[in-house]
Design a protein around this ligand. Structure first.
Ligand code: MG
Length: 205
């Protein structure tokens, strides 16, 4: 079995009057997290864990903070790119375990919603996503939020690759059919139809 592990870490300082986003959720809080993007440290740590698992750099490699186009960006964009990189490398997520360290707000009441949203963003079932939170006892860093994330990934089996390619081709055909039907009904354009293969390739004896 070809498996790999990635680890990601991030920290952001609390700042009054800034919206708080953690794990892709907007959270009611008098203070948010300062950052060039939306400051979502959980999505940043998770993105780094995925990129790290396939050794292609980190979030700053793909999205330099010096680039103005990522100002206030939705951090789900960063995660989506990491998932694309993972898929291009031939891997998929097995599970992720995430620990937030922050004095506020309480994460336990929203951890379930956060897990569900992350599972949705990652395209995996809920049982593959864990979110835990701790307060920074004894560290005297209540003004900072930190996040650690690990991600286990596995090579996508050959047959699953073929299945997903078949699904992509089928969905493209369905889309073409819809467009053709639409053109035919709106403009009276004759439907092209699909040419049947000259012979069944399974039966060329
Ligand atoms: Mg960050």
């Amino acid at each position: 079995m070809d498996i790999r592990i990635g680890f990601g870490y991030d920290s952001h300082a609390f700042k009054p009057g800034v919206p708080l986003r953690i794990g892709g959720l907007a959270i009611e809080c008098p203070e948010g997290l300062a950052g060039h993007s939306d400051g979502d440290l959980l999505l940043h740590a998770l993105t780094d864990a995925l990129l790290g698992a396939i050794a292609v750099g980190d979030i700053g490699t793909f999205f330099p903070p010096s680039d103005p186009q990522w100002k206030d960006a939705d951090s789900a964009i960063f995660l989506r790119l990491a998932l694309e990189e993972l898929s291009h490398a031939g891997y998929r997520l097995v599970n992720t375990d995430i620990t937030l360290i922050l004095a506020k707000p309480k994460i336990a009441p929203i951890a379930g919603a956060m897990r569900a949203h992350l599972a949705d963003l990652l395209g995996v079932e809920l049982s593959r996503v864990s979110v835990k939170a701790k307060t920074p006892e004894g560290l005297n860093i209540d003004h900072v939020a930190q996040c650690h994330a690990v991600a286990l990934v596995e090579r996508i089996p050959e047959e699953d690759c073929q299945k997903s390619m078949t699904a992509v081709i089928e969905s493209q055909r369905q889309l073409e059919d819809v467009v053709e039907d639409l053109l035919a009904s709106v403009h009276g354009v004759e439907k092209k139809g699909r040419t049947a293969p000259a012979f069944d390739t399974d039966d060329i004896t």
